[in-house]
Write a protein that binds this ligand. Structure first.
Ligand code: CP
Length: 310
């Protein structure tokens, strides 16, 4: 880390907004927080008196809970609002909801929404720090950071690695954050998937588009399978899940093309037998649950840094 570095972001909206120095600093900070979750008393007073609101308009298990755990382990007060229990069901707009939350003086609002740009929209109307917990098909920055942390932890570096991301690239905010994050940190990212699920300008994000899963996975250090984003597809983009599994699923014969010490990753939730076979998800080289563990540390780091920790 260069001397004089200072983390100066008010919001975490995307990995596009962060420099490689910002990302390295967040990973180092998360690494220093990880130990807290292994203690018998998993609590430090760092964010005592701070108020964190989780505003989730889409389902979530990992992201919502790990932000809540992260905040509670740092002694912040946390509050959860789900779309089904919010007044948006009565016609209130997202901006009006945010303005009303602001009137109660929170310190951080964490938002997940199906609209790409929802987190950015909030920053244009409210003063509070905002964290994007996944907006439509745009980005999922804390997922990208926890994936980078997991690879750094297991491989000791990111620069020079080959990362294969397989599946529904077009609809996956996880893919977008990971392509941006891994290329910023010096890895080469190869993507493969059905043509209907490949954005036309994927190379502009920094990835290499491969013609087949086999080409993308060959000699890869990391293989990441993506979930089929059924909720974001207007029409059927694949003939059937059985055909998807046959041509784009990560199975034994595909993973055997990667390096022997390949890391097998998936952001969750898993569709076992579709984008990844059960035996591969449970392979000793799978780090899928390490990703979840690191998610708490990354989110502790983000809350801490946005609250002025340095
Ligand atoms: N990886 C991820 O975002 O999972 P959730 O949808 O459960 O939060």
């Amino acid at each position: 880390m260069e001397t004089g570095y200072h983390f100066s972001h008010k919001h975490i909206l995307s990995l596009e907004d962060l420099s490689s120095a910002d990302i390295s600093f967040i990973l180092q900070t998360a690494d220093s927080f990880k130990e807290i979750s292994t203690r018998s008393i998993k609590k430090v007073p760092t964010l005592r008196g701070k108020t964190v609101i989780n505003l989730f308009f889409e389902p979530s298990t990992r992201t919502r809970l790990s932000f809540e755990i992260a905040a509670k382990r740092m002694s912040a007060d946390t509050f959860n609002i789900a779309s089904s229990t919010s007044s948006t069901t009565k016609g209130e707009t997202l901006v009006d909801t945010a303005l009303n939350l602001m009137a109660m003086n929170p310190d951080i609002i964490i938002i997940r929404h199906s609209f790409s740009g929802a987190a950015q929209l909030l920053t244009e109307h409210i003063e509070t720090s905002v964290i994007n917990a996944g907006d439509g098909t745009h980005e999922h920055p804390s997922q990208g950071l926890l994936d980078l942390m997991t690879v750094m932890e297991k491989k000791g570096r990111i620069e020079g690695l080959k990362v294969a991301i397989i599946g529904d690239i077009a609809h996956s905010r996880v893919a977008h954050s990971n392509i941006i994050g891994f290329t910023k940190m010096g890895a080469s990212v190869c993507v493969a998937g059905p043509g209907t699920m490949m954005p036309p300008a994927v190379e502009k994000l920094g990835a290499t588009r491969c013609n087949s899963v086999h080409e993308a996975v060959a000699d890869a250090d990391v293989v990441m399978a993506l979930r089929i984003q059924k909720e974001r597809q207007d029409d059927s983009l694949i003939p059937s899940l059985r055909e998807y599994a046959k041509y784009f699923g990560i199975n034994r014969s595909v993973i055997d093309l990667a390096k022997k010490d390949v890391l097998i990753m998936h952001p969750g939730p898993l569709n076992r037998g579709v984008e990844i076979d059960s035996e591969i998800a449970d392979d000793p080289r799978s780090v899928i649950l390490d990703q979840v563990t690191n998610g708490v540390a990354i989110r502790m780091a983000l809350l801490y840094l946005l609250m002025g920790g340095d």
